[in-house]
Design a binder for this molecule. Sequence first.
Ligand SMILES: [Ca+2]
Ligand SMILES: [Ca+2]
Length: 242
Amino acid sequence: MVGLFFFFKPKPTTSIEQPAQNAPSILLASDSTAKETSPTNGVAKVTDSNRAPKNSKTLWTVFEQYLVYAKNNDKASLATLSYKVSDACADPKQEKECFAKMDAVYEIGSKLKENDFVNILEDSKQAILSTNVTRIDSDSELGATKATIIFIKDDKGNPRLAALKPNETWVINRTSTSTVSTLEAKLEATLKDTDNDGKTDELERCVFPDNYVVFACEKTDPTKKDSNANGYWDSVESYLSK
Ligand SMILES: [Ca+2]
Ligand SMILES: [Ca+2]
């Protein structure tokens, strides 16, 4: 199956820190920069935003341990918590690159705060921890950003890191003719996630904002978490080893 592969074209005027797309690739099954989200309407929330959900402690503990291994450049231990080891870390000749990736992951991951990850989606095969969205409101655009950590479970049910997305960002460009209400409606539509699988309806339908170049996209059903019924949600599918 082909996942989502598209590039973000950074805009010089944006006030948003661009996602560190390459740094977390030690975690990724691919360098996919798939952007996925949960809605802002609270559907993804399982509890109030002031405390972390019940299961997230275990997931966060795994993540913290992962960061310790990354910080220590402990490749062997890191592999036990990784869904897939990156090519650089699988190749002894690329040890320097591997260590650089680990350092980058630690740098990014250590800035994330447990209390911000108030949303959890979890079942026996996968789990997604995410923050609520933070609004972006500038002269040039309206948008939202959030951080997401994706885990895929091994056959014993242990969560392993599959992806770390510290700055998933969605922006709607303001134009001279756009009104606040149309921008708000557009943003709401962009963030909508009907089946609550962590992948927006628009991404499921392969609809992208103007500033993305899409190379390949496989449509999924925005009303089904697991469109191909293999047990993995549409939002997780692109990180699976094929
Ligand atoms: Ca969805
Ligand atoms: Ca699936």
